[in-house]
Ligand binder design. Structure first.
Ligand code: ATP
Ligand code: MG
Length: 481
């Protein structure tokens, strides 16, 4: 463990998945309430926090129980293969069973038993199972608040990171219990019916001072070696694509953050949007960035976007399509045979009135020589692939037959592809096929008076939370919140 001063000193719980939900860990010296119904796993999680502290981070801990004898805990926890007695022998752990008033008495004394014990094993972590008993101790009038407050202060005084276990629901119907205000965090374990078929165990962080948490309910499981938390929205990681690959900035800082730096070079991403959503800024920002970086870009023009409109919108982002054309690093495919300025004439491939075979042949013959030439110069390629246009002009079958192949070839050549699509219009079956064939999906949609954006698939295997797309006055005109 690094000792870098209080504010930066983070305590890793070491419980699989939990630190991820806690935005890394918890600040040292915090007191966290861990609540749940009987059998939800409070004791297990508490012990695991101490055990992992000792095993992974060399931090000793004390487990204070009012309800169970140490023998019972040794026995229950041996079910997970944990030898707590051995940890005690190594001075990494103490399990003590006391009456609550005795504990308080010893805690309040300078150089009392508690302080001695802390020094003896250089204790860093404490679990109290459970604080519910203090209520009866304090009497109805005080609600145990004085006792709980004192203990919390003692934890702070010794810079101990503590879990206070509590029965959930015991204060239901009454006003918010005092300790909810004085403790730094609240974690709730729940076990409830799910779809009337099975019971689901979930963990939720309701409060945590000083860390950025992952909100929502997350599944947890009892494994043979303890509790394992499965953070929601996480999937199996695709290591091959995420490791050591260059990231292409989208020009939108907050979107780059969601994409862990940008679009991975050589990946195929979908931008799925409904017609109400304004995806133009998102798209244009991405292309403007490529053009500014000196990459080669192939644009498949849609019925709505011509070279002219593209030039104008890129101008807004400070990218000059004309200059890029003069350097022969922008190319266009047009299904609608629109006239262009002379600079663009030899860079546009007209594909109207061509059969699918002719179309493929023509595009290949027109683009491939440029591709070969520029690749030797070490240039990067980026393709804007308008799936809506391809589907309306070439048909669904064409997409199904060739899309996966085309993407695989691009990937192999290190070409990054952004496909614009509207999954709802395309239909469920084709959409899910496309989703499978691409490395990532960015969805944007309008609901009520807000536009949202969410990464629903990424090469790193992570899904993002939905973000609100906010308009701003200056470039890149949008940000995610
Ligand atoms: N390998 C295992 N060893 C021990 N318990 C296990 C194991 N696998 C699952 N469990 C479950 O863990 C639960 C025990 O959890 P734990 O004692 O930590 O809960 P708790 O919230 O502290 O309960 P209580 O409120 O009764 O103290 C048991 O209900 C048991 O079904
Ligand atoms: Mg228990």
């Amino acid at each position: 463990m690094q000792e870098t001063g209080l504010s930066q000193d983070i305590v890793y719980t070491g419980v699989p998945g939990l630190d991820e939900l806690l935005g890394g860990g918890v600040p040292r010296g915090t007191t966290i309430i861990l609540e749940g119904n009987p059998g939800t796993g409070k004791t297990t999680l508490g012990i695991q926090f101490l055990l992992e502290g000792a095993r992974q981070y060399g931090e000793s801990g004390i487990y204070i129980t009012f309800e169970e004898l140490p023998e019972q805990i040794y026995r229950d926890m041996s079910g997970f293969g944990w030898d707590l007695r051995e940890l005690e022998r190594q001075n990494k752990l103490r399990i003590i069973c006391l009456e609550p008033d005795v504990l308080l008495d010893q805690m309040m004394r300078t150089d009392g038993l508690f302080e001695q014990l802390i020094r003896e094993i250089d204790c860093k972590r404490v679990v109290i199972d459970s604080i519910s008993l203090f209520r009866t101790l304090g009497g109805i009038q005080t609600d145990g608040r004085e006792q709980i407050y004192s203990i919390r202060n003692i934890m702070r005084k010794f810079n101990l990171t503590a879990f206070f276990l509590r029965e959930y629901g015991e204060w239901e119907g009454r006003s918010t219990p005092f300790e909810n205000y004085v403790c730094d965090g609240i974690i709730r374990l729940s076990l409830r019916e799910h779809l009337e078929k099975y019971r689901k165990r979930t963990i939720e962080i309701l409060k945590m001072r000083g860390t950025c948490i992952v909100e929502g309910e997350h599944h947890y499981r009892f494994m043979k070696d303890g509790i394992c938390i499965l953070p929601a929205l996480s999937m199996v990681e695709d290591k091959i694509l995420s490791d050591g690959v260059d990231r292409l900035s989208t020009g939108i800082e907050s979107l780059d953050e969601l994409l862990l730096g940008g679009l991975p070079q050589g990946s195929a991403f979908m931008l799925d949007s409904n017609s109400k959503a304004n995806y133009k800024y998102l798209m244009t920002s991405i292309y403007a960035e490529r053009i500014k970086q000196g990459d080669c870009v192939l644009f498949m023009l849609s019925g709505l976007s011509s070279v002219e409109t593209l030039e104008q919108s890129l101008q807004l982002f400070g990218a000059s399509l004309r200059e890029a054309a003069l350097e022969e690093r922008v190319f266009f495919i047009d299904h609608y045979h629109r006239k262009v300025a002379p600079e663009y004439e030899n860079l546009i491939v007209y594909v109207d009135r061509l059969s699918n075979e002719e179309y493929q042949k023509k595009v290949y013959e027109a683009i491939n020589p440029h591709f070969r030439e520029t690749i030797v110069q070490g240039k990067r390629w980026f393709i804007h692939y308008d799936l809506n246009t391809i589907i309306s002009e070439r048909g669904r079958e064409f997409v199904k037959r060739h899309f996966a192949d085309e993407m695989a070839r691009c990937r192999a050549a290190g070409i990054t592809v952004l496909c614009q699509s509207n999954f709802t219009e395309i239909g469920l079956e084709t959409a899910s096929f496309l989703e499978r064939a691409s490395n990532g999906v960015i969805r944007t949609w309008v609901d009520g008076s807000y536009q949202y954006l969410q990464i629903t698939k990424s090469p790193g295997g992570r899904m993002s939370a939905p973000h609100i797309v906010d308009n701003i006055r200056d470039r890149p005109y949008v940000r995610l919140i």
